[in-house]
Design a protein around this ligand. Structure first.
Ligand SMILES: Nc1ncnc2c1ncn2[C@@H]1O[C@H](COP(=O)(O)OP(=O)(O)OP(=O)(O)O)[C@@H](O)[C@H]1O
Ligand SMILES: [Mg+2]
Length: 164
């Protein structure tokens, strides 16, 4: 399966991509975000929350590992940043989120790929320049291939994106 690769030129554009994703996701979807500090994972998550109709999404950093929001579907925003060992992630008992009726968005997913569901969408964000970030989306499972196809149709109608 071919990854979807493109460049965002601003935080607003990243949020916009998130909004499209938030409108397309279905109950049970798992979106894994990887990439360095400040690459835009939370910015993308904010757009996903908006796309799900969640207004009170807070950008503020938090020590909480799982935050729950209610929109068209529940959003479970999970952040592995502060976790150091796989055991700690296992102890969190995240299955109820992964296999529940909501959407999981996991920041710093690379810290715990082993405990994540086999089927997922992996989105890698990389810093290119001050306001430029590259996105690479890879589907693991047919459901996510379909999601990427739907997303690319939405984005192709907008000329602002640079495709790689
Ligand atoms: N094209 C862009 N897409 C996303 N963010 C951008 C872009 N250009 C600049 N930025 C800025 O980069 C920062 C990204 O911060 P954000 O908190 O989303 O990163 P993060 O990947 O969640 O970091 P962390 O690893 O600390 O959780 C924000 O200040 C945002 O305004
Ligand atoms: Mg973040």
């Amino acid at each position: 399966m071919k990854p979807l690769k493109l460049i965002s030129h601003s935080p607003e554009q990243t949020q916009d991509m998130g909004k499209h994703l938030g409108k397309l996701v279905q109950a049970g979807d798992v979106l894994c975000l990887t990439g360095s500090l400040g690459s835009g994972k939370t910015c993308l998550t904010q757009g996903i929350a908006w796309g799900l109709g969640i207004k009170e999404y807070a950008f503020s950093p938090s020590f909480v590992i799982v935050r729950e929001y209610q929109g068209r579907l529940p959003l479970y925003h999970i952040d592995f940043y502060r976790l150091e060992q796989l055991d700690e992630i296992v102890d969190l008992g995240l299955e109820e989120y992964f296999y529940g009726n909501g959407i999981c968005v996991i920041e710093w997913a690379e810290k715990g790929m082993e405990v994540l569901p086999e089927e997922k969408l992996v989105i890698r964000l990389d810093y290119i320049a001050e306001t430029e970030r590259s996105f690479s989306m890879e589907a693991e499972g047919e459901r996510y291939q379909k999601l990427i196809e739907e997303l690319s149709l939405k984005l192709k109608r907008r000329e602002a994106w640079s495709w790689l």
